[in-house]
Design a protein around this ligand. Sequence first.
Ligand code: ADP
Length: 185
Amino acid sequence: MKVELNGNSLELIIGDITKQTTEAIVNAANGTLMGGGGVDGAIHLAAGDELVEECKRIREDDLDGNYLLTGRAVITKGYRLPADYVIHTVGPVWEGNREVSEEKLKSAYKNSLQLAMDNGIGSISFPSISTGVYRYPVNLASKVAIKAIIDFLEENQFGRVVLTLFSEKDFNTYKEALESILVKN
Ligand code: ADP
């Protein structure tokens, strides 16, 4: 499914984000930036060890040894990935507080898009941030994700945004969210 918004495009596909050929892909990282399970593990495996080396340097040099905060984003090269860059962001762990989680998830999407744009990137693929190990319900996360992306595209000339969903079930949930938001707008 593909829609045009203010000269930009938003696409929903089913696929593996490590195979995407957009200039950047987004990693649903954890604050350590040292890799983990799920999409994070898959991205680090496909990119090779140089990715974790660059993440370590960012932790030490840019974050003074601290964790990357929830909702924030940093950028690295893509190394062996088809994408030139990886934007690492940390989504919220779902703890049942809808408002707090929503704000943080929205920030993860918006800060990733802003960082991409600041680096001259015009195409980006996102996974479904927070809906795996971090347990954010997909029916809620999909609405927040799509709203955040649409808000950003309405205000900016960015280019192409792809949401790469890992199952048909997730794809259908995101598709319903997109359709309902477009009807309301
Ligand atoms: P989080 O910790 O933010 O919840 P996860 O990696 O556990 O992150 O899950 C986020 C989403 O990414 C889940 O929907 C999961 O199915 C999906 N996912 C896992 N591997 C991939 C992949 N290679 N490409 C795209 N999505 C993936």
